[in-house]
Design a protein around this ligand. Structure first.
Ligand code: ADP
Ligand code: MG
Length: 339
């Protein structure tokens, strides 16, 4: 069984991140990209929370904010009840670790595997040299790599093996939170399941909390107890994966599920097709960010941004379809359509 104990480990309140960019020759006024737009989210101790959404919706930006690698433009992030920016940097670096999508880019090609795994403990002065070397060999064994590999270089390994090294490196510091950003997206399908299984084993063994980022809903359904769905920088739905997958609330979640290769007995869900690309975060649509692509949009959607609110036990969504304030309009619209 999992050890989720409902204590909030990480809390995001109204977190927004904007970037200024210059296009073309860099002349003229800079443009503003809103990569993350007012996200509120809680990660509980011991859980695996999935963060899903199409490419460019702000998942990696949110990950960098959580890890303290970048500062939010507004809003705040609390870790273990304390403001993230008040934690000592080195302390956070130990407590939070990250596993990246591309194990080719994330491992230094000039470092031996053993040194890669030992680097964190060395920086944090953990144990004696002998103890560290022993711990490295033990970790390599745990992630399914032969201890002899400690003296080899990353180029000698396959993508799946490199991801195992990245996992060993992350675990070497005994972290509390591991942010996995598309950890299997770059791997062959046949290898993905093995790496996911390893991540699940390590979570149990070390009592870890995961933020698991993926554009692939079926992967999230396999490994996460809870999921948050992101669209154009905003959360549109959040709740337990089981009930969300069985009965998605937000039209965007429905569309994502319709496109995912998951057995689907629900015909209504199949009708909800997603066409076109998400709009640009430089000039996002007013009202609900999803309304231009939504097949259930009605009067308030282009005008008012819906708030994320609990609409079923333990389940939150940001959609006017469930907003009591707009039920009357919805009924009138539906009546007109049937005439
Ligand atoms: P995802 O990980 O979901 O694919 P990202 O968080 O990488 O999305 O990006 C979200 C949006 O923010 C994209 O439009 C991206 O181009 C933009 N973005 C991310 N980082 C920067 C940056 N440093 N400067 C400007 N724009 C950025
Ligand atoms: Mg990303």
């Amino acid at each position: 069984m999992t050890k989720t104990d409902h204590t909030p480990l990480l809390q995001l309140r109204d977190v927004r991140k904007q970037y200024s960019i210059r296009t073309g020759l860099g002349l003229g006024e800079p443009l503003t990209v809103t990569a993350v737009s007012r996200v509120s989210l809680t990660l509980r101790q011991g859980e695996t929370l999935g963060l899903v959404g199409e490419s460019g919706c702000g998942k990696s930006t949110l990950a960098r904010l959580i890890l303290g690698l970048e500062k939010p433009t507004s809003g705040d992030i609390h870790y273990r009840g304390g403001r993230l920016d008040e934690w000592r940097r080195l302390d956070l670096r130990r407590r939070m670790q990250m596993i990246f999508q591309d194990p080719f880019a994330s491992l230094n090609p000039r470092q031996k595997i053993g040194d890669i795994v030992e680097e964190g403990p060395l920086i944090h002065h953990m144990g004696s040299r002998k103890e560290r070397k022993e711990a490295v060999l033990q970790l390599l064994g745990m992630v399914g790599l032969s201890p002899e590999y400690a003296n080899r270089y990353p180029h000698e390994f396959s993508g799946g093996q490199r991801q195992r090294v990245a996992i060993a490196r992350a675990l070497a510091l005994h972290p509390e939170l591991v942010v996995c950003d598309e950890p299997v997206s770059a791997l062959d399908v046949s290898i993905q399941a093995q790496v996911l299984e390893l991540l699940a084993d390590m979570r149990k063994r070390f009592d870890l909390t995961y933020l698991f980022i993926s554009h692939d809903l079926s992967v999230v359904g396999h490994v996460c107890e809870r999921a948050a769905v992101m669209y154009l920088g905003s959360l549109v739905e959040e709740g337990p994966t089981e009930s969300m997958f069985a009965d998605p609330l937000h039209p965007y979640t429905k569309a994502l599920l319709a496109a995912a290769p998951i057995p689907d007995p629900d015909a209504a869900r199949r009708r909800a097709k997603l066409s076109g690309d998400p709009p640009s975060p430089i000039d996002p649509p007013g009202g609900c960010p999803f309304h231009p692509r939504c097949n259930q949009a009605f009067e308030p959607c282009s005008r008012v941004a819906p708030q994320l609110a609990e609409r079923a036990p333990g389940r939150r969504t940001a959609c006017h379809l469930y907003d009591p304030e707009h039920q009357a309009t919805l009924a009138t619209t539906a009546a007109k359509e049937t005439l």
